[in-house]
Design a protein around this ligand. Structure first.
Ligand SMILES: Cc1ncc(COP(=O)(O)O)c(C=O)c1O
Length: 344
C-alpha cells in the first residue's frame, strides 16, 4: 500500500483564483499579441496529433542550444523544470541533498518522495548565503547534490558570483544552479557548467507557464546519463510545436521581461514609500515584503480581489512575509492602491 511518509504529506495546493487578480505564481501577465496568437494556432493545426511526439526533440534542443551558445547534446528538456528536478534527484548517487533555507519548496518535497534526506542551511537575516558554512554542511553530511536558486525563490535576491563559484569549486557533488528567474536577473551562470555543475531553466516565467517546459544545460556525458531516466515522450507535440514557434519570436518575450523588470523596480520603490512594509530587493519577477500581520494583509487584499502568496506559515525568516508577483501596470497599481488603503 501507500508509504506512511507519503500518506503524511499534503498534496501541492493550488488556491482557486477565479475572479481575482492573480499575482501568486510568478506568471507573465501579458496575453499573446493577436498576430502572434493567430500564427501560433496555424502552426498547431499542422501537428499530427495521432502520432507520438518527437522523442528526441533535436530541432528544439538545437534552437535552445544556439540561444545559449552550447551544443544540442548539452540540453535536456522536461515537463516543467519540476520534472527535471525529479530526474536529477532520481539519477544522482544516494545521499543527502543540500539547499539554503528558505528556498524553492520542490527540492525538499521531491527529495522526500524519493526517500532522500535534505540538509538546509539557513540564510542570514538579509537572505545572504555563507558559502563556507554551506560547504561545511556539505562535507559534514557527505552530501551528493545541492540546489542553488539564482535568483532565489521566495526571497528574490541573487547571491554574489563569488559565493556561487566558491560552492561550485568547493563541492564535489552535483551543484544545480536553478535559473528559473534568469529573464529578470542581471547575471546567469552557464559559464560555470562542468561535469558537476548544471544550469536549470524554465520557460514558465517568460510567458509560457501553460506549456510546461523546462530544460537543463550541462556536460554532454551527464546529460546523456540523465536522459536515461527521462520518461519517453515527456514533452507533448503541442508544447514542442509551440516552443519551436515561440523561440523564433523570442524578441517579443524578451521585451515583455524588460517591461516586467521596469514594473518591478517601480513597484519596489512605491512599496518602500508605504508605512509598515519592509521590502526586499528583487532580481526576479516577484517581490517579497514583510508586514506586521501577513495573514490580515493577505486576507484584506483578497477581499479587494487580489491574490498573492502568503509565506507566513513557513515560519523562520518568512514570518510575516508576503510574496507578490509583478503584474501588468494596471494590476500593480491595483495592488498599490489596495495596500495604501490597508496599511493606513
Ligand atoms: C526556483 C524555481 N525553480 C523551478 C520552478 C518550477 O518551474 P516550472 O514551471 O518549470 O516547473 C519554480 C517555480 O516557481 C521556481 O521558483
Amino acid at each position: 500500500m501507500i508509504r506512511k511518509d507519503i500518506k503524511a504529506l499534503a498534496a501541492y495546493h493550488v488556491p482557486d483564483s477565479s475572479g481575482l487578480i492573480k499575482l501568486d505564481a510568478m506568471e507573465n501577465p501579458f496575453p499573446l499579441p493577436d498576430d502572434l496568437r493567430e500564427a501560433w494556432v496555424k502552426e498547431l493545426a499542422q501537428v499530427e496529433i495521432n502520432r507520438y511526439p518527437d522523442a528526441d526533440m533535436r530541432e528544439l534542443r538545437e534552437q535552445i542550444a544556439e540561444q545559449e551558445g552550447l551544443k544540442p547534446e548539452q540540453v535536456l528538456l522536461g515537463n516543467g523544470s519540476d520534472e527535471i528536478i525529479q530526474m536529477l534527484l532520481l539519477a544522482n548517487d544516494p545521499g543527502v541533498c543540500v539547499t539554503p533555507a528558505p528556498t524553492f519548496v520542490m527540492y525538499d518535497l521531491i527529495s522526500r518522495w524519493l526517500n532522500r534526506s535534505v540538509a538546509s542551511i539557513p540564510l542570514a537575516k538579509d537572505f545572504s548565503l555563507d558559502a563556507d558554512q554551506f560547504l561545511q554542511v556539505c562535507a559534514r553530511e557527505k552530501a551528493v547534490v545541492a540546489f542553488l536558486a539564482c535568483p532565489n525563490n521566495p526571497t528574490g535576491n541573487l547571491w554574489p558570483q563569488e559565493t556561487i563559484e566558491k560552492i561550485t569549486k568547493g563541492f564535489r557533488g552535483l551543484v544545480v544552479i536553478d535559473e528559473a528567474y534568469a529573464p529578470f536577473a542581471e547575471r546567469t551562470h552557464t559559464h560555470l557548467i562542468a561535469p558537476n555543475v548544471m544550469v536549470l531553466r524554465t520557460f514558465s516565467k517568460l510567458g509560457w507557464a501553460g506549456l510546461r517546459l523546462g530544460y537543463v544545460l550541462g556536460d554532454a556525458d551527464v546529460i546523456a546519463d540523465l536522459n536515461k531516466v527521462r520518461m519517453p515522450y515527456n514533452i507533448n507535440s503541442l508544447t514542442q510545436a509551440s516552443a519551436r514557434f515561440f523561440l523564433k519570436h523570442s524578441d517579443v518575450f524578451k521585451k515583455q521581461a524588460r517591461d516586467i523588470c521596469f514594473e518591478r523596480n517601480r513597484m519596489t520603490a512605491s512599496l518602500m514609500a508605504l508605512q509598515g512594509i519592509e521590502v526586499f530587493p528583487s532580481q526576479a519577477n516577484f517581490i517579497l515584503m514583510r508586514v506586521q500581520d501577513a495573514d490580515g494583509v493577505f486576507q484584506a487584499l483578497k477581499e479587494r480581489g487580489i491574490l498573492i502568496k502568503n509565506m507566513h506559515a513557513q515560519g523562520g525568516l518568512l514570518s510575516q512575509c508576503l510574496r507578490v508577483t509583478v503584474g501588468s501596470k494596471d494590476e500593480n497599481n491595483a495592488v498599490l492602491a489596495a495596500l495604501r488603503e490597508i496599511m493606513s
